[in-house]
Ligand binder design. Structure first.
Ligand code: ADP
Ligand code: MG
Ligand code: MG
Length: 254
């Protein structure tokens, strides 16, 4: 992302510049964690990448392709996107298998294939992936997703987002609404999937220790910009407490 600007409600009393000259250069395989106070622009950054709106200014490139004005549903084929709300990523009245099938077929064939029968081979593949979650979902493929718990839904959403390796995985506090034990489980899953498949990932979290532990790179956002960007190599000789101080000092300045 180069020099990205986005103002909401331009010209009205509610005008808000949410992105203010944001620059970000992610390398393939980066697991970048993002911290920053409420309203810093973290979700807006994700929405800009996903194409929920077009940015006012700047350039967005993904894997060498200019996607600044690519439509949202086209970008969705290249991205995985998880939200804080586990209800957002799945269709509740459809079965686990149907949800997986739509996610998979749309990305792998580029078309909606709702009326196509799921092949035996794909079904087996879904089952195999589901069993990796260790939640028993592989035996409940015909259950409506609406019957699952928040943690199960979020794990399923993660699976759907990564069945076909996305060019970029966006995780917007995707464990924040879960109870601590479930959140830890979903986070472990996230870590193993991302690592095993070398998925490029941006993850928003409010837990600073988690941000520093998980990321090979940790970013801080403030006032619509990245104000701090530390790579693991740079901080290997720094203590977490020093880093925390550095982050909070930096936030104060902005
Ligand atoms: P964060 O995710 O870092 O908490 P957001 O990106 O959600 O922050 O919001 C950044 C700022 O932009 C906030 O002031 C928010 O109110 C505003 N904002 C975000 N989305 C919209 C929108 N669709 N319309 C108007 N204002 C918005
Ligand atoms: Mg917020
Ligand atoms: Mg947010």
């Amino acid at each position: 992302l180069k020099n990205i600007y986005k103002t909401f409600n331009k010209g009205s009393i509610n005008e808000k510049q949410a992105l203010s000259g944001l620059d970000l250069d992610l390398k393939r395989g980066d697991f970048a964690t993002i911290v920053g106070s409420n309203g810093a622009g973290k979700s807006t950054l994700f929405n800009a990448i996903a194409g929920s709106f077009y940015v006012d200014r700047g350039l967005i490139e993904l894997d060498g392709e200019d996607i600044t004005f690519m439509r949202e549903h086209e970008r969705a084929k290249m991205l995985g996107y998880l939200f804080q709300d586990p209800m957002k990523g799945t269709a509740p009245h459809m079965t686990i298998e149907e949800n997986l099938a739509i996610a998979y077929l749309r990305v792998s064939t580029g078309k909606y294939q709702i009326f196509t029968r799921v092949s035996k081979k794909d079904k087996e593949m879904f089952k195999e992936h589901l069993s990796l979650l260790n939640m028993g979902l592989e035996d409940r493929m015909n259950h409506p997703v609406g019957l699952l718990s928040g943690g199960q839904r979020q794990a399923l959403t993660l699976l759907m987002a990564t069945l076909v390796t996305p060019k970029l995985l966006l995780l917007d506090e995707h464990t924040a609404a879960l109870d601590p034990a479930t959140a830890a489980k979903v986070l472990e899953l996230t870590k193993s999937i991302v690592k095993e498949r070398n998925i490029t990932c941006l993850m928003v979290t409010h837990n600073m220790n988690q941000a520093l532990e998980l990321g090979n790179r940790t970013l801080m956002m403030d006032c619509g910009r990245i104000v701090f960007d530390v790579f693991r190599e740079e901080r290997s000789h720094m203590k977490v407490s020093d880093l925390l101080e550095k982050f909070s000092l930096n936030a104060g300045k902005n």
